[in-house]
Write a protein that binds this ligand. Structure first.
Ligand SMILES: [Zn+2]
Length: 462
């Protein structure tokens, strides 16, 4: 299936026929650079060492560059488990050197695939995943340059473009992986099947954001898309073979179906507590099924794409300093015990996650926990927000609802990550995401407030 964009999107096409870039034109370029590691590279996503061996499908750094009146903004999404601040800072410097886009106009996020290379976090996680061994160091050293190359190529491909957007829906694909059980204070984490009296601890976000940039081809076929959905990419299930997980299938299908030359970029939304484990039927959908279901949701929404009036990108960002979590003496003692045994015994994900987090908190008590929030707006109707961790879906839904923009796309794990960020209500319910959260209760709400301030400023004119 090859789609045409609505006819309202055509004016840029006529400008381009002249072959001259007109002042004031809104332009978009997109590119992808392969970031698949060599065999033997330490992988991320789980609390154990996995050296990569073989490739199911490649990993990319995918970039969209938007430009008008000489002002550029870039959105980069990596097929990686997240982003770490040193890589983001190095990549931004490299982008500035290589193609002149200011570093703070670059958003860098990760899809959160669990079958891609690990990045150093400056905690015990680095020992567990062996990220600082030569293959890991070689991969991380090369990454900023590859990101910059992707931005450079996208900028070199800028063409006059129209923008259009629609919000699709994918129901029954994603699940809130925290469940409340009768008579139990602690949430159950990732149950395989619900008991009759169980209920999900929170909602999901079924929205599939679809932003399409139409180019200057004879049929105005799309040049790029930005797709947004909130769900953990864990469907490959670990292992040592490289995969972009469902975002790889999803973006490939959207491009195949709607414009073979189109670069489709997937940004993961607030999926801290959302995964694909279907505890209603007990079924686990495959990577292919998940990507196909999301591409089908895009197909269903595509005819309702509405043109956006575009302007020069407005890029705003702020650094928010958050409080670190509190650690009691008993928690510290328990964490030390777990750490002393974790390299030789299989203690389970939750105790290991908690111990790693507590040891990091004790180590870094005097280091501020600073996190960036960024907004990129290029239309009165749509903005992209970056958030710096694995954000609970309730916070994403609240942000979208309060946003002054009709469409708000959220890219989590962006511009560095501070780990899980639960909403206030989740804290007393404990379990995996809460015990491994490095920030204090209320941090997520503060990030949402910061994002809303930036969104309101961007909506008024930046
Ligand atoms: Zn996660």
């Amino acid at each position: 299936m090859r789609s045409r964009l609505p006819s309202l999107l055509l004016p840029a096409f006529f400008c381009c026929l002249t072959g001259i870039v007109m002042a004031g034109e809104f332009r978009v370029g997109a590119a992808r650079v392969d970031i698949t590691p060599r065999d033997g590279t330490p992988l991320g996503g789980y609390y154990r060492f996995r050296g990569s061996a073989g490739v199911l499908d490649p990993l990319y750094a995918k970039t969209l560059v938007m430009e008008k009146d000489g002002v550029c903004a870039a959105v980069v999404v990596l097929d990686l488990s997240g982003t770490v601040r040193p890589v983001v800072e190095a990549a931004r410097r490299a982008v500035q050197d290589l193609c002149g886009i200011e570093g703070d106009h670059v958003l860098i996020s990760g899809t959160h695939t669990h079958t891609g290379p690990q990045q150093p976090r400056g905690s015990l996680m680095d020992d567990i995943t062996k990220v600082n061994t030569p293959p890991g160091v070689a991969y991380i050293s090369a990454l900023p340059g590859l990101i910059a190359e992707s931005v450079k190529q996208a900028k070199a491909r800028l063409v006059p473009a129209t923008a259009s957007a629609v919000i699709g829906r994918a129901e029954g694909i994603s699940f809130n992986r925290r469940v409340l059980r009768e008579g139990q204070a602690e949430a159950v984490w990732q149950p395989k099947k619900l008991l009759a009296t169980d209920r999900p601890a929170g909602p999901v976000d079924p929205e599939v954001g679809v932003l399409v940039f139409g180019g200057a081809g004879a049929d105005a076929s799309p040049v790029a898309s930005l797709l947004n959905f909130a769900m953990h990419p864990t469907s490959v299930g670990g292992g040592v073979r490289i995969s972009a997980d469902y975002p790889g299938v999803f973006t490939r299908l959207v491009s195949e179906r709607h414009g073979p030359g189109m670069i489709s970029v997937f940004a993961n939304g607030c999926c801290g507590n959302i995964n694909h484990g279907d505890y209603i039927t007990g079924r686990r959908r495959s990577t292919l099924e998940l990507g196909t279901a999301l591409a089908d949701a895009v197909d269903a929404a595509w005819p309702q794409l509405k043109p956006l009036r575009t302007f020069a990108p407005r890029v705003l960002s702020t650094q928010v300093t958050l409080e670190r979590r509190a650690v009691s003496d008993a928690q510290a003692a328990k964490a030390r015990d777990v750490v002393s045994r974790m390299m030789t015994e299989n203690l389970g994900t939750v105790p290991m996650a908690e111990a790693v987090c507590i040891m990091e908190t004790l180590d870094k008590q005097k280091v501020p926990l600073t996190a960036e929030v960024q907004v990129i707006a290029f239309s009165d109707e749509l903005a992209v927000v970056s958030l710096p961790g694995e954000i609970f879906v309730e916070l994403g839904l609240a942000l979208k609802k309060a946003s002054p923009f009709r469409h708000t796309f959220i890219a989590e794990l962006a511009n560095g990550s501070i780990g899980y960020i639960p909403n206030r209500e989740a804290w007393p319910q404990g379990n995996y995401e809460v015990v491994s959260a490095r920030c204090a209760p209320g941090s997520g709400e503060r990030l949402v407030e910061a994002a809303l301030r930036l969104l309101n400023e961007a909506r008024k004119g930046g």
